[in-house]
Design a protein around this ligand. Structure first.
Ligand code: HEM
Length: 515
């Protein structure tokens, strides 16, 4: 009908054959356009995730105080795998499932730093101190971080990290009980300062302790008010500003000393990471940003992972022994004991007498194991992230490569928080996001892995560990990570667990002089 009306109309102006062609083409074009519109229509309302039916003021407290439970309840409340809600004026979109996870990690528009700033606070912005880090400065910092993890640099760091860790372990004495979330994290904080800052700071234990306390203040004072309304002078916001300034002055002092030394033509023998940046001609803003920013990026995550790793090993003696044997094997292969000369006292590693092996001697032996061996010859240590099922690699024939293992360990923790934490899941590719994925991957991964292995190797070879409760009794099952504590995941107060340690002899047995 449309065609005939068009035909009559057009015939008045042009030859009939041409009018017929156009009369047929017009409705066809209208039809195609309509179909295209229907199938490619973007209905904005339908594209928007469903909104959590809560007043924005009622989301604040649970989002900050029990984030994991709150987000999980959101899934139940909406019945959707993707939903959104408001925190004051910020819209937060919560995603789950393999596809959403992939899209999230692959998106180039999302900005990790802004997300942290808006929802976790990170480092408060102070003009002239923590602002002005534009994209170029950040790109430089990332390039320097890559250089700080070159094979040469990591090989230099191995003995230094081991020395640092051994000094702290030596302070533990031959036996005792400790809180892993304090004392293991202390080790990795020290090794992070060593790896990311400079000798002057890392070799001054009181400065490292002060820095650690200041970073802890930054974390503890990240209250809803100080994060959401950072300009409001609440007590916690003031504490965060003071801590930031204090960290800045410590780091800036070290940077200025290095720059002054360079300006005076003094020989740069330090050979540490800060010197690498100074030698590259970086300005103080970039060097300070590198140290302050990366310590915050690395300290918590490495500390938390190391604390849980050692806790899980303490709660799984079978895997602890396998790890200790692997370390012993590394030592046999790469650092065989030298024959004691008649004048020198026998090395604690060479002797067969069951004397306790002091941590520094062990560290010296482990320092002879090359980087390549730490990165490629440790299937057992590789198979231990914190969703504790080391045998999964063996079952899957994947990264582990070990021949033994397999099967569930007696008394083991089967689920390990796997599906809960969203770390290991049954929904295929992209399920493991321990180091990020897609466009957002951890840029400090090589260093972090090495640190974790070195600390774990030293601890399991130096001590025999058991996980105990407050009453000192060995735990049958480890407590579950508290996902609401997004910094350390340490178990809730009533479920706290501790490490009981006994120094091993040079043979690797637990020393009989204790406990
Ligand atoms: C066990 C220790 C560590 C774990 C599990 C870890 C994990 C992650 C993850 C999952 C991300 C992605 C961002 C996110 O989803 O939150 C990330 C990003 C990052 N990590 Fe790590 N990290 C660790 C240690 C470190 C260390 C020691 C450094 C520095 C030396 C570091 C530097 C970074 C940087 C710079 C980014 C940001 C990357 C970007 O902006 O795209 N991380 N890390």
């Amino acid at each position: 009908m449309i065609s005939s009306a068009v035909l009559v109309f057009l015939s008045a102006y042009m030859p009939e054959s041409m009018a017929a062609k156009i009369a047929l083409a017009v409705p066809l074009a209208v039809l195609l356009y309509t179909l295209k519109f229907i199938f490619t229509r973007r209905d904005d309302d339908e594209m928007q995730p469903v909104t959590l039916p809560l007043c924005p003021l009622r989301t604040i407290s649970p989002f900050f105080r029990r984030r994991f439970d709150f987000l999980r309840e959101g899934f139940q409340l909406t019945g959707e795998s993707v939903y959104q809600f408001k925190i004051l004026r910020q819209t937060v979109v919560v995603v789950s499932g393999a596809q959403a996870r992939r899209e999230f990690f692959q998106s180039r528009e999302l900005d990790l730093a802004s997300g942290f700033q808006a929802l976790s606070g990170a480092i408060p912005t102070i003009p002239g101190i923590t602002t002005n880090l534009d994209q170029r400065a950040i790109a430089t910092i990332h390039r320097r971080l890559a250089a700080a993890q070159s094979s040469d640099r990591l090989s230099q760091l191995i003995p230094q990290i081991l020395d640092d860790a051994a000094r702290i372990l030596d302070g533990w004495g031959p036996s005792g009980t400790l809180d892993p979330f304090e004392r293991i994290a202390e080790i990795t904080f020290q090794t992070n300062v060593r790896a990311l800052a400079c000798t002057e700071l890392a070799s001054a234990p009181e400065t490292v302790a002060r820095l650690r306390a200041l970073y802890a203040t930054l974390d503890a004072a990240a209250t809803p008010a100080s994060v959401l309304l950072p300009w409001l002078p609440t007590p916690s916001a003031v504490r965060r500003l003071r801590a930031t300034r204090a960290i800045y002055h410590i780091v800036r002092g070290a940077v200025d000393a290095r720059l002054a030394a360079r300006a005076h033509g003094e020989d740069a023998r330090a050979g540490d990471t800060m010197q690498m940046l100074v030698d590259a001609g970086d300005v103080p803003l970039v060097i300070v940003g590198f140290v302050m920013g990366l310590i915050i990026a690395g300290a918590r995550s490495t500390g938390t992972t190391a604390s849980w790793l050692i806790t899980f090993l303490a709660g799984h003696p079978h895997w602890q022994e396998k790890a200790a044997q692997e370390v012993a094997q590394l030592l046999r292969a790469h650092a065989p004991p030298s024959l004691p000369s008649p004048s020198s006292p026998p090395s604690p590693l060479a002797t067969t007498a069951p004397a306790p092996a002091p941590a520094p001697a062990l560290a010296a032996a482990l320092a002879r194991v090359p980087l390549g061996a730490w990165e490629r010859e440790t299937p057992v240590l590789d198979a231990l992230p914190w969703a504790f099922d080391p045998a999964r690699f063996v079952r899957g024939g994947g990264a582990g490569g070990g021949k033994e293992g397999g099967g569930k360990e007696e008394g083991g923790q089967e689920d390990g928080g796997a599906d809960e934490g969203g770390k290991e899941g049954g929904d295929g590719a992209g399920a493991y996001v321990g180091w990020g994925a897609g466009e957002t991957v951890c840029l400090g991964q090589r260093l972090a892995r090495l640190q974790l292995k070195l600390v774990a190797a030293l601890v399991v070879r130096a001590f025999e560990l058991r996980a105990v409760g407050r009453d000192g009794r060995v735990l049958d099952a480890l407590p579950r990570p508290n996902w609401n504590d997004s910094l350390t995941c340490k178990p809730a107060e009533e479920e706290r667990c501790f490490l009981r340690y006994t120094r091993r002899t040079a043979d690797g047995d637990a020393s009989s002089d204790s406990d």
